[in-house]
Ligand binder design. Structure first.
Ligand code: ADP
Ligand code: ASP
Ligand code: MG
Length: 593
């Protein structure tokens, strides 16, 4: 008999009427002959209220007690939902995370799922029950209650769908599905009929709060078809799958992370291990670092900038100051008034001239970019917070997301594809080693590229656009782009190109240097790009740190870095590519699939 998982978010169970309406959806699926597991969130804003209450009692509530408190929200909902099903004349049993046997690690408030016992749920389903599971919570090996992080009920739902090999996992929420950007921020956003796991992973981690990004990691690892849809209607919503319908557009969606801060560290010696030492300390303090960029200086020193969530800025500054001093560097100005705007799309991996369109559109709207990082399927730019909304609207329009052809939801109500056999093997294996443990697919060396760097580029809107427009006009395929913050007036821009287009790229860069009065131009003809690819690499901060550590131990210097959910790339000197590849393979043998 087929199994469906239906997850209802906070707004979809906000009052008794809504609980009954959700119950009716589950009953309908049951009547159609499916076994049904419902995963429910806390009612309405209940979790926020509990967080606020804790804050009134203590400035720093112990994380264990936060979990004890927050897990009560879901316990209320599951009980009420089971009563609702019962009142409709059907059998239901509610279960908390510990009753299901959702075993997690012990990192309170952001625990990761290690194992799920299926026996009890399966036997309740086989007895004809609709099983109501509390989202967002689990239990560690010492029977402490844990939670998975805000928004974590999505992850519970997809994880249950994975271990029980459900036919589909339906996420019922307060919007019609996944949109090209948050429809509450930009009303012109459009519904996307189907979206790839990789695109959704990036969008979710870049600010598209409609799905908890770790739930998409599960979806991808275990090949769970996820349908996001409205709890208020029967519209078919959006499907998140392995191969979404191909679109003409290079960009599928845009996202905004509003509350970011930029930290800059200046004049640290450019020797192997500097980055490792800095980020190790931040990882120990569990600071989530993003958009790491490093300038390649001529005088043997480096400047490093990165972004972090704004509310972690002060703490991060305090942690770093003594280390940076001991390394002989200094702290640059921290900017707490910045936001990150990103575009995501599988299409950009194969098309020339996507980045320059984004840069030109922002420049024409008079929005200047303080930092830029790209990866294969995303481009992110850091902008002033008061320009963030305008920036989002500008890029959304530039890529035709407001009017263009997003694919129409053409799928019908036929059953979604069953998980493939290998997904079942993966479930078995991961149940043993930890379901959310790191999974590395591949480690590769690309030694076919060159790097070009413009330093002291005047920090005015339009220079980055001019650089990449001219590069695109020459038909040059740019791979990595990094624009770092040098000071308030200047930025450095580095990019990588195929070796065979190096001469042409250098020519363009030389013209730009003269025209825009950039301070310097440097390059490396032979670089090596080392890529670790897998799933959830950014949320496992250990991956970047592990790469830095391995390279540090092998005395290999890192020139450029970029991170995404599915890949971490570093650039090192061309002659160190092979050695770098070997040390990374050693570092990650255990995590290889
Ligand atoms: P739930 O309580 O059901 O889990 P959430 O508030 O977590 O609901 O997620 C739904 C919200 O996500 C929407 O109301 C919408 O404002 C926001 N959102 C952000 N980005 C997107 C996007 N790209 N598509 C759809 N909704 C989005
Ligand atoms: N109730 C939790 C929260 O508000 C989990 C969830 O809704 O997914 O974050
Ligand atoms: Mg949610």
């Amino acid at each position: 008999m087929s199994l469906v998982v239906q997850k209802f978010g906070g707004t979809s169970v906000a009052d008794s009427e809504k609980i009954l309406s959700a119950a009716r959806k589950a009953v309908r699926a049951h009547q159609q002959g499916h076994q049904v597991i419902m995963v429910v969130s806390a009612m309405g804003k209940n979790t926020d209220m509990l967080v606020q209450l804790a804050g009134e009692i203590s400035e720093k509530p112990p994380a264990r007690e936060m979990d004890m408190l927050l897990s009560t929200g879901e316990q209320v909902s599951v009980a009420l939902m089971a009563m609702a099903i019962d009142s409709l004349g059907y059998q239901a049993v509610s279960l908390t995370g510990s009753q299901i046997g959702i075993q997690t690690d012990s990192s309170h408030t952001k625990a990761r799922i290690q194992h799920i016992s299926t026996a009890r749920i399966q036997s309740l389903l086989d007895q004809g029950n609709i099983v109501i599971a509390a989202g967002f919570q689990g239990i560690d090996e010492n029977l402490n209650i844990t939670t998975l992080g805000r928004g974590g009920s999505d992850t519970t739902a997809v994880a249950l769908a994975a271990v029980l090999q459900a036919e589909t996992c339906e996420i019922y929420t307060d919007v019609d599905g996944v949109y090209t950007t948050d429809p509450r921020i930009l009303p012109e956003a459009r519904l996307i009929g189907s979206v790839n796991y990789d695109e959704m992973l990036e969008l979710a981690s870049l600010g598209a709060g409609v799905m908890h990004s770790r739930s998409i990691e599960f979806g991808k690892k275990f090949n769970v078809a996820i349908r996001v849809r409205s709890s208020l209607s029967d519209a078919s919503g959006s499907l998140i799958i392995d191969h979404a319908q191909t679109r003409e557009l290079p960009v599928s969606g845009a996202a905004l992370t509003r509350d970011e801060a930029r930290i800059s560290i200046l004049d640290v010696p450019d020797v192997p291990g500097t980055i490792y030492e800095l980020f190790m300390k931040l990882a120990e303090a569990k600071v989530t670092v993003d958009m790491i960029v490093q300038n390649i200086a001529d005088d043997g020193t480096a400047d490093i900038s990165f972004t972090i969530p704004r509310d972690e800025a002060d703490e991060t500054f305090d942690i770093l100051r003594p280390i940076v001093q001991s390394l002989g560097g200094r702290m640059g100005k921290t900017d707490q008034e910045v936001s990150k705007v990103s575009v995501v799309g599988m299409g950009m991996a194969t098309q020339v001239g996507v980045a320059n369109r984004m840069f030109r559109a922002l420049a024409d709207a008079n929005i200047s970019m303080q930092m830029i990082t790209t990866s294969e399927i995303k481009i992110s730019a850091l902008v002033r917070r008061d320009q963030a909304l305008a920036a989002l609207r500008t890029v959304h329009k530039e890529f035709g997301l407001d009017t263009g052809v997003t694919d129409t939801p053409s799928f019908s109500y036929e059953p979604d594809p069953l998980p493939q056999i290998d997904a079942i093997d993966v479930v078995d294996r991961l149940q043993k080693i930890g379901m959310e443990s790191l999974m590395v697919d591949d480690i590769v060396l690309d030694d076919s590229q060159s790097r070009v760097t413009l330093t002291g580029v005047p920090n005015e809107a339009g220079v980055a656009a001019a650089v990449f427009e001219r590069v695109a006009d020459e038909g040059i395929f740019v791979d990595m782009i990094v624009q770092s913050y040098a000071d308030d007036q200047h930025a450095d821009i580095s990019f990588t190109v195929p070796n065979k287009q190096f001469a042409a790229s250098l020519e363009v860069a030389t013209q730009i240097q003269q025209e825009f009065k950039c301070q310097g131009l440097n390059y490396k003809r032979e670089i090596a790009k080392l890529t670790v690819s897998g799933i959830g690499l950014r949320s496992h901060t250990g991956v970047a740190i592990g790469m830095f550590k391995a390279l540090h131990d092998a005395k290999i210097n890192v020139d450029m870095i970029n991170t995404s959910e599915v890949r971490v790339n570093v650039v090192v000197d061309g002659c160190e590519g092979q050695a770098g590849l070997e040390c990374l393979r050693n570092q990650f043998t255990k995590a290889m699939r």
